[in-house]
Design a protein around this ligand. Structure first.
Ligand SMILES: *[C@@H]1O[C@H](CO)[C@@H](O)[C@H](O)[C@H]1NC(C)=O
Ligand SMILES: *[C@@H]1O[C@H](CO)[C@@H](O)[C@H](O)[C@H]1NC(C)=O
Ligand SMILES: *[C@@H]1O[C@H](CO)[C@@H](O)[C@H](O)[C@H]1NC(C)=O
Ligand SMILES: *[C@@H]1O[C@H](CO)[C@@H](O)[C@H](O)[C@H]1NC(C)=O
Ligand SMILES: *[C@@H]1O[C@H](CO)[C@@H](O)[C@H](O)[C@H]1NC(C)=O
Length: 269
């Protein structure tokens, strides 16, 4: 008699601590993938004054990539019930114009008030959509049983430590073993599947990665950090549009995907 009552209570508590309903966010990311496939933003529950950014620049949504039909080969999404945001990574390798698109959706209630996309294509940092698609499909991002969820703070700290370790050698990122990084189309996991292949040495000059915007999904150990990445793009010393998308398991980084946009081919390097 007692057990069902406890289950009901636990459900109510979990529901009460979330600012947004996971099902609502999940429907929205499904709709986002359909909208991008059709090139029809109107398929989304958009606020009248929704703001739309591509690669950090405000843009008319009707002129953006979301208004062009794109063949989507693969997609993976995070749903952040605490901040009412969602993230989707789209792999569009067989589209006539191949893309990898990382998008953050911001909600007020059930309505999307902002869309921010990092839209990568040929010439962006080590871009190769065919390779990106092949590797992302091999990865296991299964739901994590709730008893094993990392806290939001743990997941966020793992990603922040990774970014901070690029310029501060005393910061140790919590790499798992194995760990694999998909940077553009380059996969480090193939080097050695029984070791940490994500380690990044300190960059040759100091910089700070600013304007970090987070989407965290405890149920997948998922974290997306939209950020301005300085150094890499010679024409954008203050930072170019970039995302790092993580899977964290038991506090340790299992996967990292990086998508970075370049203002000139290969960021001028
Ligand atoms: C959009 O409209 C809503 C409701 O009228 C308002 O609260 C919000 O500040 C507006 N957002 C922008 C970016 O103008
Ligand atoms: C992209 O990756 C695919 C699959 O690994 C490879 O066959 C192709 O040569 C690569 N393209 C370029 C331009 O490097
Ligand atoms: C580097 O990281 C260490 C450890 O967190 C910290 O004590 C130190 O202040 C950092 N150095 C700089 C220059 O930020
Ligand atoms: C893979 O990494 C493990 C652990 O670091 C190491 O012992 C092994 O020699 C590596 N194998 C290859 C083929 O590099
Ligand atoms: C970088 O930021 C500094 C300080 O805000 C500014 O003075 C400078 O013009 C910026 N450079 C570029 C290339 O945007």
């Amino acid at each position: 008699m007692f057990v069902p009552v406890l289950f009901v209570c636990a459900g109510v508590v979990a529901q009460a601590s979330a600012a947004c309903d996971r099902t609502m966010l999940q429907k929205a990311t499904v709709a986002y993938v359909q909208a991008q496939a059709a090139g029809q933003p109107d398929l989304l529950p958009l606020a009248k004054n929704v703001s739309y950014l591509e690669n950090d620049a405000p843009m008319d949504i009707k002129k953006g990539v979301l208004s062009q039909p794109v063949t989507i080969d693969f997609d993976r999404s995070l749903h952040d019930t605490t901040t009412c945001t969602a993230f989707t990574e789209l792999s569009a390798a067989t589209n006539k114009h191949p893309y990898v698109i990382n998008t953050r959706l911001l909600f007020t209630g059930d309505t999307i008030t902002a869309i921010e996309s990092v839209v990568a294509d040929d010439g962006d940092w080590v871009f190769n959509a065919t390779s990106q698609l092949a590797w992302t499909k091999t990865e296991k991002w299964d739901p994590i049983p709730e008893a094993k969820w990392d806290s939001r703070a743990t997941i966020k700290a793992a990603g922040d430590a990774y970014l901070d370790s690029w310029t501060n050698g005393s910061i140790k990122a919590p790499y798992g073993t194995p760990c694999a990084r998909l940077e553009g189309g380059i996969y480090t996991g193939e080097r050695n599947s029984s070791s940490n292949s994500c380690f990044m040495p300190v960059f040759p000059e100091p910089f700070t990665i600013r304007n970090r915007r987070y989407v965290i999904d405890e149920s997948l150990g998922g974290l997306a950090i939209f950020n301005d990445f300085p150094f890499i793009d010679l024409k954008k010393p203050n930072g170019t549009a970039s995302t790092n998308f993580f899977r964290v398991e038991g506090g340790l980084i299992r996967y990292i995907h990086e998508v970075t946009v370049c203002s000139t081919r290969g960021c001028g390097r």
